[in-house]
Design a protein around this ligand. Structure first.
Ligand code: PNS
Length: 164
């Protein structure tokens, strides 16, 4: 039984994240998507909204025999991973620019908790430039998010903006 944590902000989840989850499903029996509760950041969506959206869009991807669930965590990622009895942390790497920061985190996490391995996965080239930050920027400036996020996410972003 191989269990992995896929941690992140997921503010919002993008097609790139979903691509990584699908790929991760081929390697692991179970993936827990851990949304970081970060009191220092002003997110676009609340933790509850992100949790709900992730659960919805996960229904649309190929999970194979893997069991995928959504959760949230605070504090050190490795402590959370140990508490969940996970073997690995999955992170997506899009470009060399991601690698430096991701390597630093992976090595720090290894130092803190040598029993947990970090597994880097590459998304499809189509998503190599997609990030939650750019998705929010394009959206706020009126650009289309077609192909970058599932339609449900764009709808929720529009709803959220109209409420604000
Ligand atoms: O989607 P993001 O914002 O790139 O995800 C970053 C995340 C959640 C993986 C990272 O910030 C994290 O692990 N935070 C938890 C706090 C922690 O463990 N910090 C030490 C990391 S070396």
């Amino acid at each position: 039984m191989r269990r992995a944590i896929y941690p992140g902000s997921f503010d919002p989840v993008t097609n790139g994240h979903l691509d990584i989850i699908e790929r991760g499903c081929k390697l692991f029996d179970e993936i827990i998507i851990g949304i970081l509760v970060n009191p220092d950041k002003q997110p676009f969506f609340t933790i509850e909204e992100r949790h709900d959206m992730l659960s919805e869009v996960l229904k649309g991807i190929d999970q194979g025999k893997c069991s995928v669930s959504v959760d949230s965590f605070q504090g050190l990622l490795v402590n959370y991973a140990v508490a969940k009895q996970a073997h690995a942390i999955v992170r997506g790497i899009r470009a060399i620019s991601d690698y430096e920061y991701e390597l630093q985190m992976a090595l720090m996490n290894r130092r803190l908790e040598p029993s947990i391995e970090t597994v880097f996965m590459m998304p499809a080239e189509t998503y190599s430039y997609v990030s939650s930050r750019l998705v929010k920027e394009v959206f706020q400036l009126g650009g289309t998010l077609d192909g970058l996020v599932p339609p449900l996410i764009e709808t929720r972003m529009k709803k959220k903006m109209n409420k604000a």
